[in-house]
Write a protein that binds this ligand. Structure first.
Ligand code: NAI
Length: 447
């Protein structure tokens, strides 16, 4: 709201075409409203097949001045429970404009960026994608889509990429993909890493998850968490939020880690650090939060306690081996309710898998609450403004927002929590070597 008030007059995104691929929740609806209020034209898709809140998508389509019969809002291509084909069709719709492509992309996990890059690469190589070579069902879907566009509109993706000024990326996993492209020299346009704004990853990933992990487990299963043995795989920002939330509910929480620094943090925060194998006989709840693949494998699930709950809160569904589970000889799947499945092994024991291994806080619940998303999305709006109005400062590569803007986002949220900042005196500021108005920390400071 503060950003809308600041820019209501100047509408600095006037004329900008923005394509978004980010969970279509009520908070995202407000982000879309803000981008529109700043002058942008927007098209949107969700970045997960289960994360759309249909009422939010509908409200954005209808718009504040429209009716369901005469919608006047923003084109949204998203609904809860898309198939993979539908998901990638939606992503394509959000990226393709009557004018060609977007000028700006808001991405979460990098799927929109991936589709544009793959499309351009195939068009440049003059190669026809072959779904038979795909390593996964989802990859086959993407290759089929690209084979179709190459047949029907051979220059589609080159046209889409042509006007892109840049992308702002929301999450750890998407940022990881961007740095890989930068390293390999295959990045086509500038990118702003919103995730590593302090007011994003140290808040959304941690405090947002601290709220929405338990919300997802409760809505999915309604088991009493107190007294249960919980395992959190990964003790990064998201894992820290998970462990704290589960401990807050009275669970006995154990952490698994590969990084000795994060493992030591977990240990000093009072969590036993063990391997998943150590915990299989006792774990009641296993949560993956690594952004890495193959964390909970089918042999783990085969050795778990009866009715252990297995869920992922990392971005992609490859943290839990769902394909291995489905292919286990003699396994039986019973859908208990949407996004909750009981998988029974031939020996009679079962595991409960949330959201088919996709991020459970958005699949089984409604993701993070608005106040924390306001921090993340203020960074997104600032990133979009930076790319559109100061493009010369952001050459092709991956950039972070300047610290003064990070501090601005924090400052905007303080009064709502009743916080009062202490003001540095000039003498104090000189003593610690910072300007009175900030920024207060060097870039390498870790918070
Ligand atoms: P991070 O990099 O801070 O933490 C991940 C941790 O997992 C690291 O400490 C790493 O050492 C550890 N790890 C990697 N492989 C492991 C293994 N085999 N076993 C145990 N630990 C392992 O990343 P962050 O920010 O915590 O994000 C994690 C994931 O959550 C990402 O995919 C991110 O995109 C996603 N995310 C999801 C959100 C949601 O609402 N569901 C919100 C924010 C991020």
């Amino acid at each position: 709201m503060a950003m809308r008030a600041e820019y209501a007059g100047s509408r600095p995104l006037r004329g900008a075409r923005v394509s978004g691929s980010l969970h279509m929740t009520v908070q995202t609806a407000v982000l879309i409203e803000t981008l529109t209020a700043l002058g942008a034209s927007v098209r949107w898709a969700s970045c997960n097949i289960f994360s759309t809140q249909d009422h939010a998508a509908a409200a954005v389509v209808v718009g504040p001045h429209g009716t369901p019969e005469e919608p006047r809002g923003v084109p949204v291509f998203a609904w809860k429970g898309e198939s993979l084909e539908e998901y990638w069709w939606c992503t394509r719709q959000a990226l393709t404009w009557p004018e060609g492509g977007p000028q700006l992309i808001v991405d979460d996990g990098g799927d929109a960026t991936l589709l544009v890059h793959l499309g351009v690469e195939y068009e440049k190589a003059g190669a026809v994608p072959d779904p038979a070579t795909a390593g996964s069902e989802e990859e086959a879907v993407i290759l089929r889509l690209l084979a179709g566009t190459l047949r029907e509109q051979p220059r589609l993706w080159t046209t889409v990429a042509r006007d892109v000024i840049g992308v702002s990326e929301e999450t750890t996993t998407g940022v990881h993909r961007l740095y890989e492209r930068e390293r390999d020299g295959t990045l086509l346009f500038p990118a702003i890493n919103v995730n590593d704004s302090v007011t994003k990853s140290k808040f959304d990933n941690r405090y947002g998850v601290r709220h929405s992990l338990v919300d997802g487990i409760n809505r999915g299963t309604d088991v009493l968490i107190g007294g249960k043995v919980a395992v959190v795989c990964g003790y990064g920002d998201v894992g820290k939020g998970c462990a704290e939330a589960l401990r807050g509910q009275g669970a006995k929480v154990t952490v698994t880690e590969v990084d000795p620094i994060c493992a030591l943090q977990a240990a000093m925060d009072g969590y036993p650090v063990a391997t998943l194998e150590d915990m299989l006989p006792t774990a009641d709840i296993v949560i993956t939060a690594t952004g890495n693949r193959d964390i909970v494998r089918v042999e783990h699930m085969a050795a778990m306690k009866h009715l252990a709950i297995v869920g992922n809160i990392g971005h992609f569904d490859n943290e839990i081996d769902m394909a291995g589970l489905a292919g286990f000889p003699g396994i039986r799947r019973v859908n208990i309710k949407p996004q909750v499945d009981q998988w029974t092994f031939p020996d009679g024991h079962a595991v409960l898998v949330l959201s088919e291994g996709r991020l459970l806080n958005l699949g089984n619940a409604t993701g993070h609450p608005s106040f924390v998303m306001s921090n993340s999305f203020a960074n997104q709006v600032i990133a979009q403004l930076e790319l559109f109005t100061r493009a010369e400062e952001y050459p092709v590569g991956v950039h972070r927002l300047p610290k003064r803007l990070d501090e601005k986002v924090a400052r905007l949220h303080l009064s709502a929590l009743g916080a009062r900042l202490t003001k540095l005196t000039k003498r104090q500021a000189d003593y610690i070597g910072v300007p009175v108005e900030g920024p207060y920390k060097p870039d390498h400071y870790r918070y």
